[in-house]
Design a binder for this molecule. Structure first.
Ligand SMILES: [Fe+2]
Ligand SMILES: [Fe+2]
Length: 172
């Protein structure tokens, strides 16, 4: 569902190496960041349709796909950052990374920087950002409790994550 719209408006994002790399990072449960972002984009379109909200579909999809474009494993500390305050700081990092690769409309920027509201105090300024912040919370809840399962499984012996090649999105 919604694959056609996702490809129509964001095929360049799906083709980018950085976006492809996000399937190596865990978001919640056994869900990769890439799967999570696709889930959020689809859930955003579903909310748009169910509530019949008029909005800019291109901005909605691209903002949703890039909302967690922080490009690191937030479960692990690295030399630069412990990522303990990931929840507060990753929207700014995602915006910084996305800006380097894409021209972002004001709506797309609002989606990315406000998606953690109310953790990031200033509320969304457009309906597209309200939709994505709602979809993100809904998907995160389902993923955290493994109600919606991802494709990453943990190799206990090797101590690392491996990606299961079972395609259920059809877009990435
Ligand atoms: Fe996020
Ligand atoms: Fe998210």
């Amino acid at each position: 569902m919604y694959e056609y719209e996702l490809k129509k408006y964001a095929n360049d994002i799906f083709e980018s190496d950085n976006f492809k790399s996000t399937k190596e990072y865990i978001q919640h449960g056994n869900m990769s960041v890439q799967e999570h972002c696709i889930n959020v984009a689809k859930a955003s379109l579903y909310i748009r349709d169910r509530l019949k909200i008029k909005c800019n579909t291109r901005d909605l999809i691209r903002g949703a796909l890039l909302h967690d474009y922080f490009l690191y494993d937030w479960h692990k500390s690295d030399k630069v950052n412990s990522h303990r305050l990931h929840g507060f700081f990753h929207p700014a990092r995602a915006l910084y990374n996305a800006r380097k690769e894409y021209h972002l409309s004001p709506r797309q920027q609002d989606i990315i920087i406000k998606h953690m509201w109310p953790l990031t105090v200033i509320p969304p300024m457009c309906r597209e950002a309200w939709i994505v912040t709602t979809a993100d919370k809904y998907c995160s809840l389902l993923e955290t409790f493994y109600i919606q399962k991802g494709r990453i499984h943990h190799h206990r012996a090797k101590g690392k994550y491996a990606y299961m090649r079972v395609s259920d999105h059809g877009v990435a």
